[in-house]
Design a binder for this molecule. Structure first.
Ligand code: SF4
Length: 355
């Protein structure tokens, strides 16, 4: 049983020996975990380690490496959503005409065992080189069709506040950009970073949306709630993104608790992602049909603002699409949340006799 006191895990756990000493893995796993750690980055920061109640629980499953990561299942691929093919220069991914991803770092405060960028993120990737960052900003500045820049990575809030602030100021100065977005795990993984310097860096002139990644209600404990409250009080709109994961949040009560916890932190659940087929992640896979049924079960249990869109990022880089659930029954019927079928009436109604 892991020691639940925060002082027992004062540092980020990065090695098999750290994980064993913290009670998160058995000694017998030392060799196997070393093999996983040699291929994929490992980090469990204290703010998350303290929330793990037992090996294999929904938090341990997300963050503690597992020997199964070295087994690649059929259909899994190193670059599941085609980032590499859509990257014209280092640090940029351009998938949609009006927006672009900027990846200023490949470092994260925690390394999620199901990450779709797991072949890229980690200390070996590090920061985008200064010259590459300048080139990436110049690339954006030269494309007036781009309206939004999404900072991702890695975790952009894991940059120093000074470096992040410098990037955001540069983007703020580009007249053709309308909005900015940052995808982050920092308020969950290292909530202590959400302090005056970071809040100062986030004080952009353009609207800035922060998309916070959390997958289980227990990730939103007191320090995380405090960090999100600071962001909300600073006027940063907060959205939530989650991944549907076997053994983590694959039940209606677990998802309901997660989305309620987000709402309580002023975070609007935005996307529930179907798992991208990254190598060694098969143990997390939940079929789409099951995900649709879970979201259908939540309809009526949560207000509309508490329900995210369930999306699949089409393998190969073809973008995200919503995959339901769908309550419309062509040509003019609907199914209610209990499964009862109704006609819509009015001009949409089927002609008599129509199927
Ligand atoms: S924080 Fe995000 S980018 Fe980093 S390992 Fe987790 S899922 Fe991947």
């Amino acid at each position: 049983m892991p020691d639940p006191t925060p002082s027992a895990n004062p540092r980020t756990l990065r090695t098999p020996a750290d994980l064993i000493a913290a009670g998160l893995a058995p000694e017998s796993a030392l060799g196997a975990l070393a093999a996983v750690g040699a291929r994929y980055a490992v980090a469990v920061p204290p703010a998350l380690a303290v929330l793990i109640e037992a090996p294999g629980d929904p938090l341990a499953r997300q963050f503690v490496p597992d020997p199964a990561e070295l087994e690649t299942a059929p259909g899994e691929r190193a670059d599941p959503i085609g980032d590499d093919a859509l990257s014209p220069i280092p640090g940029i991914v351009h998938r949609y005409p009006d927006r672009v991803l900027l990846k200023p770092t490949l470092l994260c405060p925690v390394y999620c065992r199901f990450c779709f960028r797991r072949e890229h993120v980690g200390p070996h990737g590090g920061l985008l080189a200064e010259a590459d960052l300048a080139a990436a900003l110049a690339w954006i500045a030269a494309r007036p069709a781009i309206r939004e820049v999404i900072l991702t990575g890695g975790d952009p809030l894991f940059l120093s506040a000074r470096r992040l602030g410098r990037i955001l100021r540069a983007l703020d100065a580009m007249a053709h950009l309308e909005t900015l977005r940052i995808h982050t795990r920092v308020p969950i993984a290292t909530p202590g970073r959400v302090a005056a310097p970071l809040l100062g860096a986030l004080a952009t002139a353009k609207p800035l949306w922060l998309v916070v990644h959390a997958n289980h209600a227990r990730e939103l404990a007191a320090p995380q709630r405090q960090a999100l409250a600071l962001l909300a009080r600073a006027g940063v709109p907060l959205l939530g993104q989650s991944v549907l994961l076997r053994g983590v949040n694959d039940t209606a009560p677990a998802l309901e608790a997660l989305f309620r916890a987000m709402l309580a932190c002023r975070v609007k659940p935005y996307y529930l992602h179907h798992l991208d087929p990254a190598p060694g992640t098969a143990r997390f896979h939940v079929p789409v049909a099951e995900g649709r049924a879970l979201l259908a079960a939540l309809r009526g249990r949560l207000g509309g603002h508490g329900l995210p869109t369930y999306v699949v990022d089409i393998p190969g880089g073809f973008g995200k699409v919503p995959v339901g659930p769908d309550f419309f029954l062509p040509p003019a019927g609907v199914r209610d949340r209990e499964g009862r079928v109704h006609g819509l009436g009015g001009p949409l109604a089927a002609a008599p006799g129509a199927g």
